[in-house]
Design a protein around this ligand. Sequence first.
Ligand code: PMP
Length: 406
Amino acid sequence: MDYQNFFKTALDDLRSQGNYRVFANLERHCGAFPNATARGMETADVTIWCSNDYLGMGQHPSVLAAMHEAIDRCGAGAGGTRNISGTTHDHVLLEAELADLHGKEDALLFTSGYVSNWAALGTLGSRIPDCVILSDALNHASMIEGIRHSRAERLVWKHNDLVDLEAKLAALPLERPKLIAFESVYSMDGDIAPIREICDLADKYNAMTYLDEVHAVGLYGPRGGGIAEREGLMDRITVIEGTLGKAFGVVGGYISASTELCDFVRSFASGFIFTTALPPAVAAGAAASIRHLKNSNAEREMHQAKVAEVREKLSAVGIPHADNPSHIIPVMVGDPHKCKFISDKLLEEFGIYIQPINYPTVPKGTERLRITPSPVHSANDIDRLVGALEDLWGQCQLARMPLAAQ
Ligand code: PMP
């Protein structure tokens, strides 16, 4: 086989479909979020509009101070897996902070949210005898991979569809172990699961619940515990999974659950056991971020206000965007080439950075720009964004929202 030619052809195919990914080479500047410098481009100053550091906590003084302090106190790396010398006091404190955030007995850290889903679902699905996992059709790749890795039977239920979920549950023997896996805020559409009703079905059919709150922790609930906290449902969820890399602004992932369940995953999950622990400074920074957001609503309130302002201004000029109840604003383009064209032009001509979201991240024909406002985008930033989109919408001859829908 001509290996190099094989790689090149596969990449050329991606390019011709408009799905080849190009990364902007960005230099972030502490204290200047959401502004950055793009290297190797004419328009050097850019405003980031697609960051998952939703609240800018990655530059918050308390997070930075905690990380500096921890580096000075105990150095750079953890020095081992959690089992072999990698567990430090910072990891232990962070797990306690997370358990408290979700009102659970315990929590378990992983190196990312992806790994938490992969390892926890993989372990529960493979180790619980005859377990069947009922997975929402729009679950994140990390959940799908974890479920596949478990080799448990997987039943995919229609997205957020309680009737379909119930039909699938009812067809299974009551005594058979079951796990319902779903998200609270869905990352690409920004819609929210009917968590209470799913918990009711779980009770009725004797199932456990596994809730990915990656796009909700830090952002919703009086202490940033997520949608389940906001709706008073944390005690009804068996496993809450989250990330430290988005609203908390650092990196890492976790599950929070009963002592026994966390201990079980800790004891059997290869994705936990056989990998170097997060650096202690990362754990210290994440703990500082969580503590700050437990005690302060200011960031959450400002965030929601900015999201509302962007939505209003997009509607005023008829730029079509999904009407959902979260902070994620998908601006629908529906064509991979146009989506990439708009994204390129936004960066090159307007200094606005929004990555195109194309297949396979979203289904073909639903290509979009995923806008994530932060508390610190200014009114001027918002006006520039909306003006640039209006201009490019015209250039691409894309349809506007009908006036009646505005
Ligand atoms: N779950 C969902 C729903 C996600 O969107 C993501 C990341 N985009 C993850 C899990 C993985 O989290 P992390 O980025 O911390 O690996």
